[in-house]
Design a protein. Structure first.
Lengths: 510, 193
């Protein structure tokens, strides 16, 4: 099979490997050293015997295994001088190799292997299409411009066997096409699979910080927005790396409602739609266009209701196309908080049931972005690391600051017993406290006032001590582990500990 | 490879934002070009840490000299790629020369060959990255997916003539990577900075 030859040839020579390009072959292969000599042989000395044979033998080398001299020669001739040695050398060697082989075929003009037409082509530098007598019976007769148009496909071994044979036949006749064939074959060797997109996520932070140190920004990103900037970039890197079908992978969103585990089934794309919907709340507070403007009641800005509305409104299940609007919105948020600057941190962002200052809302969105990125990573079996310790610390701090309110909310709905009357404290004074010790990178210690959101945590009034790993605590606050399962070291008032762990879980929501 | 043929408007606005000193713009610039920059640098230097270093240098350069880019000269993407290739080849030459001076193996000629080869590889990567998306898609199918040109035509929903044209034109563009210094071979030959 002549047609098989270039196909066999592809993986071995121009195939991408660690070495860039076909350089090594060009320098080491016999063609590069012998080629030009062989090509000159017959032309200069008129000694067709040796030169022609040499050229044929060299050219046939890789093709010989297939027992197909002709096309094999074409390919080998193209590969040999295709190295970066320069167009000049390649041009001289190439047609020699090709024509030499070709000359062996017809044996025109009586004497064996006198490549007269080739010599005239090279000397005159003119392709001589159509002036040559018909080649030996070829299965396919194509005119010059079709053959020329096939050169790219030929170089990539993407023609039919008949076309391959016809092209290679033609290369012996046409110097112009032979030159181009060599160039294109050499170019194939430069194709290279794209480098992996897996950049170290820490590199982004380091590179940006390095830049900002060298030229301080006039419009900085507020420090409370950098965790969001970093987490959205990390998630986006994951999304760029997954295949189309993985966007449909099932994901279960999990959270706690009234101490009950709750969950909702969706897909990877559905999770991004969820993030887009809830991030939109921050956008609304900043005066950006709401992507859900037509879908939801602006007076009822609940994260869950917005998400359900978005899911319902899309006629097709969300797909990879959701990535761009989500990413555009994340960029717009970071950009906008940069402009509104330090003054906007206290602006209120309404979540329906509660309001967070913008700076905390951005932290909350960073936290949610990480939590859901983990959901996605788990669904598509992708490694995913916790946030940078500095960012993790701020997320934990936000959760710790929200605990007193969450404790009060649990009391109000009767999920925990009322605080003993003697412990009720006035706002701004020290109250009964639980020491929350978070271990690991990003950890720290927080004193959680137990009996009133207005009270101040106090070491003197410490009644219990809980120790947890930072990531474990975040999973608890995300509703991904139950208060019973959370691996926590506990000392002291068991009710207080139980209340705080349940309050942490109650911070989770859809 | 995702095809992001960014409109020139994006390039112009990005430059203005960088010039204004907007840190958020720097982040967006990174998000758009980091994988291009890192990939090119890695192709030239063959080393993760060295590629990280070039990535740092490239973004620092753009951030510190946003006016060095002239949107009328072409897309920002090309300019960033050219800058990357230039810095990476420079670093390769420096480190290899230093290794040679310390009595490392090889000769000055071999060093030149390696540097030249790396430049060609960088130019080729850049060309493959910045050629019109339809050409790149055709090459990708024919080479990486091993589709013949008829299958390629069917996959792309174009005529067989058109598929042949795209494959040939794509390779012709790519082959200019060998022609250092000729017009139309963008990276590595000035332009940036």
């Amino acid at each position: 099979m002549t047609g098989a030859d270039p196909h066999d040839d592809r993986p071995t020579s121009p195939a991408p490997d660690a070495e860039p390009g076909p350089g090594p072959e060009g320098t080491e292969g016999p063609d590069a050293s012998d080629g030009p000599g062989a090509a000159h042989g017959p032309r200069a000395g008129g000694d067709p015997g040796d030169g022609g044979t040499d050229a044929s033998r060299d050219a046939c080398g890789p093709g010989a295994a297939d027992g197909a001299g002709g096309p094999g020669a074409g390919a080998a001739g193209a590969d040999g001088p295709g190295g970066p040695g320069g167009a000049g050398a390649g041009g001289a060697a190439g047609p020699g190799g090709v024509a030499g082989t070709d000359g062996g075929g017809p044996g025109a003009d009586g004497a064996p292997r006198i490549p007269l037409p080739r010599a005239s082509v090279e000397d005159g530098g003119q392709p001589l299409p159509g002036t040559r007598p018909a080649p030996p019976p070829a299965p396919l007769v194509l005119d010059h411009h079709v053959l020329k148009s096939l050169l790219g496909a030929w170089a990539l071994a993407a023609c039919s066997p008949e076309e391959t044979a016809a092209v290679e036949e033609h290369l012996g006749d046409c110097g112009g096409c032979a030159d181009e064939a060599l160039r294109l074959r050499a170019a194939v060797g430069l194709l290279h699979p794209p480098e992996s997109l897996d950049l170290d996520p820490g590199l982004r932070t380091r590179v940006l910080q390095g830049c900002l140190d060298r030229r301080p920004p006039r419009i900085p990103v507020p420090p409370w927005a950098t965790p969001y900037d970093a987490e959205t970039a990390r998630l986006d890197a994951l999304l760029q790396d997954i295949g189309d079908d993985e966007w449909d992978a099932p994901v279960r969103l999990r959270w706690f409602e009234r101490d009950e585990e709750t969950s909702r089934r969706t897909t990877v794309a559905g999770v991004i739609a969820h993030l887009l919907s809830v991030d939109g709340l921050v956008g609304v507070a900043l005066g950006l266009d709401d992507p859900l403007a037509d879908l939801t009641d602006p007076d009822e800005p609940s994260p869950a209701r917005r998400t359900e509305a978005y899911w319902r409104a899309s006629r097709l299940p969300p797909s990879r196309t959701i990535r761009a609007p989500w990413r555009d919105q994340t960029h717009a948020l970071v950009r906008t908080v940069g402009f509104t600057g330090g003054t906007s941190g206290g602006l209120g962002v309404s979540y329906g049931d509660f309001v967070l200052p913008l700076r905390d809302a951005m932290l909350d969105r960073a936290f949610e972005c990480w939590v859901h990125a983990e959901d996605i990573a788990e669904a598509v079996d992708y490694p995913y690391e916790p946030p940078a310790p500095r960012h993790l610390h701020e997320m934990i701090d936000l959760a710790a600051r929200m605990l007193p309110v969450a404790l009060a909310a649990r009391r109000q709905v009767g999920l925990s017993g009322p605080a003993p009357a003697r412990h009720l404290v006035a706002a701004g004074t020290p109250g009964r406290s639980l020491r929350l010790e978070i271990e690991g990178l990003g950890g720290g210690e927080w004193l959680i006032p137990l009996d009133s959101p207005g009270a101040i945590g106090s070491a003197d009034h410490e009644v219990a001590h809980v120790a947890l790993d930072g990531v474990e605590f975040c999973r608890l606050a995300a509703g991904h582990v139950t208060p019973q399962e959370a691996a926590a070291g506990q000392v002291g008032d068991r009710d207080a500990i139980r209340d705080v762990l349940h309050a942490a879980a109650s911070l989770s929501r859809m | 490879m995702t095809t992001k043929d960014a409109p020139p408007r994006w390039d112009r606005k990005m430059q203005q934002r960088l010039a204004r000193g907007e840190a958020a713009a720097l982040g967006e610039l990174y998000d758009r070009f980091a994988s291009l920059v890192h990939g090119l640098a890695h192709r030239v230097l063959g080393d993760e840490r060295a590629a990280d270093g070039i990535t740092r240098d490239v973004f620092a350069h753009v951030w510190e000299h946003p006016d060095a880019y002239d949107p009328r000269q072409g897309p920002l993407r090309s300019w960033v790629a050219a800058l990357t290739a230039r810095l990476a080849v420079q670093r390769l030459r420096t480190t290899e020369t230093a290794a040679l001076a310390r009595g490392g193996e090889g000769s000055a000629e071999e060093l030149e060959v390696r540097v030249r080869r790396a430049s060609v590889a960088a130019r080729a990567d850049y060309i493959a990255h910045s050629m019109p998306a339809p050409l790149r898609a055709a090459l990708e199918l024919a080479y990486f997916q091993r589709r013949d040109y008829r299958q390629t035509a069917a996959d792309l929903g174009v005529t067989e003539d058109e598929a042949r044209r795209r494959l040939r034109l794509g390779l012709q563009l790519l082959s200019t990577a060998h022609d250092a210094g000729t017009p139309g071979a963008p990276p590595g030959c000035g332009g940036a900075a």
